[in-house]
Design a protein around this ligand. Structure first.
Ligand code: NAG
Ligand code: NAG
Ligand code: NAG
Ligand code: NAG
Ligand code: NAG
Length: 267
């Protein structure tokens, strides 16, 4: 009896101390939103997607902190990820699509290059800046269902979205967020057909993505070089360039990204 009471007191203390983060620490709900049961939805570019208040806030936050090019990239990543999930029974039956949605929509918050950005730091890689910003976003806008577990999955989904050799082996929320993002850099994968790809880029054109990516990486290399190199494939090549003028790097990036984007845009 006494022990039980003490335990309650300790739990209450811990909960109080952690009142800011994670949000709703003492909530044990954390019910995933799965695609295999009816969920609040809307259709964007022909894709059925989840439509909940947090998703709407995430879109608003992405708008607030992203250029047009990056905003559209995040929306496309969400739609591609939704198609990938719908096409795979394992994902369809178990991925929390609200987490994948918020993660995809906010995954490049760390690309915010505005001088007074509340998100971008000089000592974190951009994926970590984005993950931290998304966690703050949930603390501000998330409902009781955003327990520490779901919030952690969101954090990981953003932090690891370019670390595919890790993220693809983590929880499927983490993997499918990254897969959806990969489509317009690395090509079509199961679930995304030429037809669905074309419809998505018709609604959210991607002709500005290569320039936006290049501009952002150029800015990272200039402003936070110590946390810029050695991440994704193209940035791995950045590391190999001898100096920050990065001529080799950009021609490598052009070789890596441009043909893929062009061939998909033309296909
Ligand atoms: C913890 O639960 C209590 C009772 O349901 C609630 O009043 C309180 O706001 C909760 N704390 C947090 C941080 O959500
Ligand atoms: C989408 O919402 C409608 C109701 O507005 C519902 O009938 C339908 O089952 C939902 N679709 C999915 C895939 O959950
Ligand atoms: C977006 O920015 C507007 C205008 O500053 C602000 O009122 C709104 O709360 C912001 N929304 C989110 C989700 O960040
Ligand atoms: C990337 O930007 C740099 C610097 O502005 C430029 O020299 C290079 O041609 C660009 N590369 C691509 C692939 O657009
Ligand atoms: C993809 O779709 C576009 C637009 O409908 C079409 O022009 C193109 O031929 C298609 N490509 C392939 C490989 O099917």
């Amino acid at each position: 009896m006494f022990a039980a009471k003490s335990l309650v007191a300790i739990v209450a203390l811990v909960a109080g101390a952690a009142a800011q983060y994670p949000p709703n620490w003492n909530s044990s709900r954390g019910v995933p939103v799965l695609a295999n049961a009816p969920y609040p939805n809307t259709t964007i570019a022909g894709v059925t997607v989840i439509d909940t208040p947090i998703i709407r806030y995430a879109i608003e936050a992405a708008r607030n902190h992203s250029t047009d090019a990056v905003f559209k990239h995040q929306m496309r990543a969400w739609l591609f990820g939704s198609l990938i999930i719908n096409a795979n029974p394992d994902y369809y039956n178990s991925v929390d699509i609200e987490i994948q949605g918020v993660a995809a929509i906010l995954h490049d918050l760390g690309w915010d290059m505005s001088p007074d950005s509340p998100i971008t730091t000089h000592n974190h890689r951009f994926e970590v800046d984005g993950a931290i910003a998304a966690r703050k976003f949930i603390a501000a806008y998330g409902d009781d269902n955003w327990d520490s577990r779901r919030t952690q999955l969101l954090w990981d989904s953003i932090a690891l979205h370019t670390s595919r050799n890790i993220g693809y082996f983590k929880e499927w929320e983490v993997a499918t967020t990254s897969m959806g993002i990969s489509v317009e850099y690395d090509g079509l994968i199961q679930g995304v057909t030429n037809e669905t790809f074309q419809e998505i880029i018709r609604v959210f054109p991607n002709s500005d993505l290569l320039k936006a990516t290049n501009d952002t990486f150029t800015w990272f290399a200039a402003t936070k070089p110590q946390v810029t190199y050695g991440k994704t494939r193209s940035r791995q090549r950045m590391r190999n360039s001898a100096d920050h003028s990065n001529r080799q790097l950009y021609s490598d990036m052009g070789r890596t990204l441009r043909p893929r984007l062009c061939s998909q845009t033309q296909n």
